[in-house]
Design a protein around this ligand. Structure first.
Ligand code: C2O
Ligand code: CU
Ligand code: CU
Length: 536
């Protein structure tokens, strides 16, 4: 598309968005210099509290629809309108497509067998650069969908690779340089389920059925403004929202059978960390952790709380068999100490930029579960779920990475900042090598979800953890239950040092550029991201 036409389309998009109560980045760019604080005051009312509505589950069509990737799929990045809240529809930026059998889908839940081909063509009709990043998958650089390979408006890109990862819940999202936070907050994200033998064996052992006793949950908080428009402002910190959506539903309720049910959660929020707790009346319900970012654990682990940071996934089994029919269980983001100790820009009053948003770490209900009538059924998870790849990292001298904020309020990893370093790789890693990365978060800081592209890793140890994390340790290395699985994103608290072990084996050759970054998307966009190259 020629630049003049593109500008015109953008202007048109801005006019339409403004007319519908939205604020596109183009419209905002024009207002930016006025920094219209008084305007925001008009926006103070939190979104209306609705009667609980049935939770959306992957269906035939629309948002979250179930799509088997046995056949190639074409997805168009575009802006659609969805009924998210009572009242006017909201502008949801989405990957929209039509399946081979004629179903119109948006941000579909993709399913693929391990070792099968994923073949998805992205067409960009968004009015700005975008991508599809396959979060957690072992891919070559070209298929990584990072900002190094932007797809321009009007152009397309075919992502085609065989899926090497273990069975598990992964996800995909937009990843353009400097605009990831905006595009993900506006909606460009979806789930990807990889199935393998262990996964199918687990379903069999627990008689799990999709949509009946096995539920995927895409969690993300959005900031809603006037007329239910989703709001995002470039250049702000920690974009938390005033409404949490579960599977694109606000105030949702899910009926569950009186038996052990599986919930597979993905935190697609820009910045919010949830402490997942299930409460029935005054009782906290324990549950089993079955899996993490990179699939199933070796064995189920009993816990009653998990911190789910942006980009992380957990696979949970919760037993409702001892509850009464009709009893309600709340899935909470329970309260915790957010440890926002940076004293910088993030410490500003969150209510000003995010009217109606609960502060980070404040309790909120994420989902209401209602136990259905009927016979109760007792089920226990199998003792052995899966076998994790063995790797002996002991010999490697650690590569040290420090997460910190400088006096100018800029987040850095060591001395690096993606933008200031012009996206140049900070170091090379030899393909097939084993490395230990020692990640230390400054004390004057906040929790950072640290993510590495294209490689799942092991958490080896956690030290100098704050009390709320130390309490969860299950071994002498200070690891929490979540740390025992394969991870692609690990949350590092202020003052903490976390050692991770990475195996840089991959079935590709030549130079492949990737990145690691904080998955707080505002931090990422501001450059708390570093490129690195994998070489032969
Ligand atoms: Cu899900 Cu580079 O990120
Ligand atoms: Cu990623
Ligand atoms: Cu961060």
């Amino acid at each position: 598309m020629n630049p003049a036409r593109r500008r015109w389309t953008s202007a048109l998009a801005a006019v339409i968005a403004a007319a519908m109560g939205g604020f596109s980045r183009f419209a905002r760019a024009q207002h930016a210099h006025t920094h219209a604080k008084p305007l925001r005051r008009l926006d103070l009312s939190p979104p209306a509290q609705a009667e609980p509505r049935a939770l959306r589950l992957p269906g035939q069509s629309g948002l979250l629809a179930d799509v088997d990737l046995a056949r190639p799929l074409e997805l168009t990045a575009t802006i659609g309108w969805e009924p998210l809240l009572p009242g006017p529809t909201s502008d949801v930026w989405q990957y929209a497509g039509t399946t081979a059998d004629g179903r119109a889908v948006a941000n579909p839940t993709l399913r693929v067998r391990r070792n099968a081909m994923l073949d998805v063509t992205l067409k960009n009709r968004l009015g700005d650069d975008t991508t599809i990043h396959w979060h957690g998958l072992m891919v070559d650089e070209r298929n990584d969908g990072s900002g190094l390979h932007p797809v321009r408006h009007g152009e397309s890109q075919r992502y085609r690779f065989s899926v090497h990862n273990r069975g598990g819940l992964y996800w995909y999202h937009a990843h353009p340089h400097g605009g990831t936070g905006e595009q993900v907050h506006h909606g460009l994200a979806g789930l990807l389920i990889v199935e393998d033998r262990d996964e199918l064996a687990l379903r069999e052992a627990l008689d799990l059925r999709a949509g009946i006793s096995d539920f995927p949950l895409l969690l993300s908080d959005k900031q809603f403004g006037l007329r239910n428009a989703i709001k995002y402002e470039l250049g702000e910190d920690d974009w938390i929202g005033n409404k949490v959506l579960a599977n694109w539903c606000a105030d949702a309720r899910l009926d569950v059978p009186r038996r052990a049910c599986r919930l597979r959660l993905c935190n697609a929020s820009n910045a919010r960390v949830y402490k997942l707790v299930f409460r029935a009346g005054r009782r906290i319900l324990p549950y089993w952790l079955l899996g993490t970012d990179g699939g199933l654990l070796e064995r189920p682990l009993r816990t009653d709380q998990v911190y789910l940071a942006p980009a992380q996934r957990v696979d949970l089994l919760i037993d409702f068999s001892a509850l009464r029919s009709d009893e309600e269980v709340l899935m909470l983001g329970a309260d915790y100490d957010p440890m926002e100790n940076d004293g910088g820009m993030a410490a500003a009053d969150p209510m000003l930029e995010h009217p109606g948003a609960p502060p980070m770490g404040a309790e909120q209900t994420l989902l209401r579960l209602r136990v259905a009538a009927g016979e109760s059924r007792t089920l226990r998870p199998p003792a052995h779920l899966s076998t994790l790849p063995a790797a002996d990292f002991a010999t490697a001298a650690p590569r040290k990475l420090k997460l910190w904020i400088n006096d100018a309020g800029r987040w850095l990893i060591n001395e690096w900042n993606f933008h200031l370093d012009h996206h140049n790789p900070a170091f090379e890693v030899r393909r097939g090598s084993l490395e230990i990365w020692e990640l230390t978060n400054a004390i004057r800081s906040m929790p950072h979800p640290f993510h590495v592209h294209a490689f799942q890793f092991r958490v080896l140890s956690r030290s100098d953890s704050p009390a709320q994390i130390r309490r969860l340790a299950v071994d002498r290395d200070g690891r929490t239950p979540q740390d025992l699985g394969l991870m692609d994103t690990v949350l590092i608290w202020p003052g903490e040092t976390v050692r991770i072990g990475l195996d840089f084996s991959q079935p590709f050759s030549g130079r492949q550029s990737y990145m690691f970054h904080c998955h707080n998307l505002e931090h990422e966009d501001q450059g708390m991201m570093v490129a690195f190259d994998v070489v032969d």
